[in-house]
Design a protein around this ligand. Structure first.
Ligand SMILES: Nc1ncnc2c1ncn2[C@@H]1O[C@H](COP(=O)(O)OP(=O)(O)OP(=O)(O)O)[C@@H](O)[C@H]1O
Ligand SMILES: [Mg+2]
Length: 385
């Protein structure tokens, strides 16, 4: 039982200690880190390098926010970028699915997706749900619980049993043992929550980095802490007005630099190495904001090209709503066209078939119905660069 418990908590930690690094002797990776310091950090976080990097990240984020506003239908973004984010963030946990499967099952009520796809879709749902909750309440412990429940698909709560450890999968070595005791965890979370919302001059992006470390160090749940923390990052950016909608592919940078992510997290604990950690998160925000802006611009161009092509080649089929629909739903069903009030069933079928004949969509049979796929959009979204 115990072994199984540890096994389910197993995490992939592949950072390696640099020889000669200064280890803080009060920290023992095998013992619950109940001495985790409260926020704010007692160490300088606004160094020169951090402030410089922060400006670059803020600029990139603002460009992303503005580029999103040029997309006529926000559903196109909210239906696509969070799926990519869900894919990458879940992959950090070794839950591997494909962009294709995710989009295919994104609105699939039949639940036919494989378990990994379903789990990644729950991450996407958690992000949406948190985004909706933000209209009523800010980022909080209660929101973290709700996000983690949605990701894991179980009614869990703050940990109240011992035994949670982070283990290096390759060597079996215990990397970190988070604090224990439900009361202590709740006190730490309340300090974390207070820090997120306290006033002050500190740039919200620096606060984001500190908040993410602290959440992971508290590790309030038995599992799902990494993914919950990464959802909260995006919700925080919306909460603070740096994004209008949670469309930043932040986990892209983390999955690509997973070993560094783990290493910098650990070195905040062992060496109070805040600067390297904060710089890592700022760089993640900057590069993924730039990447996402590029994608949004690509989506807009493809939308315009597609609309022009349909208008010219299929004037009887053309409506702006129809073209937008196959961008909102890159796996489109006849029933989607009907539900969008574009046409009744028979006409809707004719529309999708003529878009297929024109090479704009691809038709596949899925069970008892047809799916019409916007391949160029999926290819654009799945492209590595
Ligand atoms: N040394 C460390 N100190 C604090 N937190 C860490 C450390 N190393 C890794 N973490 C965090 O713990 C997370 C793993 O915890 P957990 O298994 O509960 O989350 P998960 O969402 O199931 O997994 P994953 O984050 O791998 O997808 C990592 O993603 C990372 O955010
Ligand atoms: Mg896990």
């Amino acid at each position: 039982m115990y072994l199984h418990f540890i096994d389910t908590l197993r995490t992939h930690v592949d950072g390696i200690d640099t020889p000669g690094e200064r280890i803080d002797m009060t920290f023992d990776p095998g013992r619950p880190f109940n001495d985790l310091p409260n926020l704010p950090p007692a160490y300088q976080t606004e160094t020169h390098a951090v402030l410089r990097s922060c400006i670059a990240a803020r600029t990139a984020l603002e460009e992303l926010r503005v580029s999103g506003r040029f997309i006529p239908n926000q559903a196109m973004l909210i239906n696509s970028i969070p799926l990519l984010e869900a894919q990458a963030s879940s992959e950090i946990e070794n839950i591997v699915t494909t962009t294709d499967r995710l989009f295919r099952h994104a609105n699939d009520a039949t639940g036919q997706a494989d378990p990994a796809t379903r789990e990644a879709l729950r991450y996407r749902t958690a992000l949406y749900r948190g985004f909706t909750m933000l209209k009523r309440r800010p980022v909080s412990t209660a929101m973290a619980v709700e996000v983690c429940r949605t990701i894991k698909g179980v009614e869990l709560d703050i940990r109240n049993t011992p035994g949670t450890t982070l283990i290096n999968d390759a060597t079996g070595e215990v990397i970190y043992t988070p604090p224990e005791g439900e009361d202590l965890l709740r006190r730490k979370l309340s300090n974390w929550e207070h820090y997120i919302h306290e006033g002050g001059e500190l740039d919200p992006l620096i606060r984001l980095a500190v908040m993410h470390y602290q959440f992971e160090a508290i590790h309030p749940f038995v599992d799902g802490n990494g993914r919950t923390g990464r959802v909260l990052n995006l919700l925080y950016l919306v909460d603070k007005g740096l994004l209008d909608i949670p469309v930043l592919y932040l986990s892209r940078h983390i999955i690509r630099n997973r070993a560094l992510y783990y290493r910098y997290l650990r070195e905040v604990t062992t060496r109070h190495a805040w600067e390297a950690w904060i710089l890592f998160i700022l760089e993640a925000v900057r590069t993924t904001a730039e990447w996402t802006t590029g994608k949004i611009n690509g989506i807009r161009e493809l939308l315009d090209e597609t609309a022009d092509a349909v208008r010219q080649e299929l004037p009887k089929t053309y409506s702006r709503e129809l073209v937008e629909l196959v961008f909102v739903q890159p796996y489109c069903r006849i029933s989607d066209v009907v539900a969008s009030d574009i046409a009744r069933r028979q006409t809707a079928a004719i529309y999708l078939k003529s878009l297929t004949a024109e090479g704009i969509l691809e038709e596949i049979r899925a069970g008892r119905e047809n799916l019409y796929i916007n391949r160029p959009l999926l290819a654009l979204l799945a492209e590595a660069e």
